[in-house]
Design a protein around this ligand. Structure first.
Ligand SMILES: *Cc1c(COP(=O)(O)O)cnc(C)c1O
Length: 421
């Protein structure tokens, strides 16, 4: 079958040898998946999930039992007081924008203690001038960078917290940056420090790509708000749209009032029949994430062996599903992405090209042959066309698909004469 999918015997053998050495890592990943699977089932049982909860609501969506139960299940999975899980949260950026604008007021400062946040938040916060940004509403922004070695600058954070620091936004995943992903434990250390200095500071975590990679989530270590996208990890590939915000009831309610309208809050919002897919996606998410983490480690090991710098390294512990490979030249990045695309179940016949994507400051190439548009829990790769020409690789609804994608990317790179095995 590999031969008929365009993988040569040499490439396959190269890959299989690497997988032989990853057996123990994979067992540890399966153990985390097992724990998280039980956590999800436990929350569904506790909330007496039933098929009545899969019914559609329309119009205002008053008394949407399924929606309310889904939010209780999310709150329990994340060990939080409350949750807002809605198709009306259009993507991760939207969920983060809602969480920020709902909980910040003119004169407040938002602080990022782990370097510049994800690119699309530049315009939300107003780091880059933009219409409707928080800056336009009189919210200022502060930032403490990670130290040269990637570690957290605790002293810098302590000094950066001012009387008007209202909210600290901590991004778990590296996103499109060259920095380590934070472990949940490290996030807990930052929160502990922030609360010591100024106890009423809201600690928010951008949890995109991190869900179910560990046994605990940021809300287990004191985060007041945890935010993410349903077309990443927690949607399990089955959620067609949506985002989630979990955390302290007061702050989550603020988000609901901002998302709908003051006075309406969580009471409105029809689900139009998609609730079952959100439950089922959450149910699948722990094993889907495990497949994606295996794919990330395999990619790291393959490209490390070929001499590229990879982040994280193949033997490092994992706190999100993203794997970065620095190709140092445009051609390697593009061939890699073309290989991922060629391995897809959907749109395998199209060829990705760099383009000017809204919200990003350089051209970006994206490979995704996904069932859900832009879904990056599905096998996907993307990279900004600027040095060091890094491919950010993530996802794979199954380990076998992730494996095929990486083999195909390797095949492309070998065929293009960029590297020899
Ligand atoms: C994907 C992502 C976002 C934005 O999510 P979208 O759904 O693409 O809008 C924000 N932060 C991080 C770390 C992400 O990975």
């Amino acid at each position: 079958m590999y031969r008929s999918l365009g993988i040569s015997d040499d490439v396959l053998k190269f890959g299989e040898n690497i997988i032989d050495n990853l057996k123990e890592r994979f067992e540890a990943i399966d153990e985390i998946a097992e724990y998280n699977q039980l956590k999800v089932i436990n929350a569904m049982q506790k909330n007496k999930l039933s098929d009545v909860h899969f019914a559609a609501t329309t119009g205002y969506g008053y008394n949407d039992l399924g929606r309310d139960t889904l939010e209780s299940v999310y709150a329990d999975v994340f060990n939080a007081e409350s949750a807002l899980v809605r198709p009306q949260l259009m993507c991760g950026t939207h969920a983060l924008a809602i969480a920020l604008s709902a909980n910040l007021r003119p004169g407040d400062e938002v602080l990022s203690p782990v370097g510049k946040p994800y690119d699309t938040l530049d315009e939300v916060i107003g780091i880059r001038e933009s219409r409707g940004s928080l800056a336009e509403f009189g919210v200022s922004y502060g930032q403490v960078d990670l130290k040269q070695d990637g570690s957290i600058d605790f002293e810098g954070i302590r000094n950066a917290i001012k009387s008007n620091t209202k909210l600290v936004t901590i991004q778990r995943s590296k996103g499109y940056a060259q920095r380590p992903t934070l472990s949940v434990e490290q996030i807990g250390q930052i929160i502990k420090l922030v609360k010591e200095v100024k106890p009423d500071t809201i600690c928010m975590v951008d949890n995109c790509y991190g869900e179910f990679v560990e046994k605990i989530e940021p809300s287990d270590v004191g985060a007041d708000l945890v935010v993410g996208s349903l077309i990443k990890n927690p949607g399990g590939g089955l959620a067609a749209t949506g985002g989630y915000i979990v955390g302290k009831e007061e702050y989550v309610d603020n988000c609901a009032f901002r998302l709908s309208a003051p006075g309406l809050g969580k009471e409105v919002g029809a689900t139009l029949g998609i609730t079952q897919s959100l439950f089922q996606g959450l149910f699948m998410a722990p094993t889907v994430v495990a497949g994606a983490v295996k794919g990330a480690i395999f990619a790291a090991a393959v490209y490390e062996k070929l001499g590229y710098s990879v982040l994280p390294k193949s033997n490092e512990s994992r706190h999100d599903i993203i794997q970065a490979v620095n190709f140092e030249e445009k051609e390697g990045l593009i061939e890699f992405c073309k290989g991922i695309q060629a391995a897809a179940p959907v749109d395998s016949h199209v060829v990705p090209e760099p383009w000017d994507m809204p919200g990003y400051d350089s051209q970006v190439i994206m490979a995704a042959g996904a069932f859900v548009q832009g879904s990056s829990i599905e096998l996907s790769a993307d990279g900004p066309i600027k040095p060091p020409y890094t491919a950010f690789f993530q996802g794979g609804l199954t380990w076998y698909h992730a494996k095929l994608g990486i083999l195909k990317s390797l095949q492309n790179i070998v065929d293009a004469g960029i590297k020899k095995l």
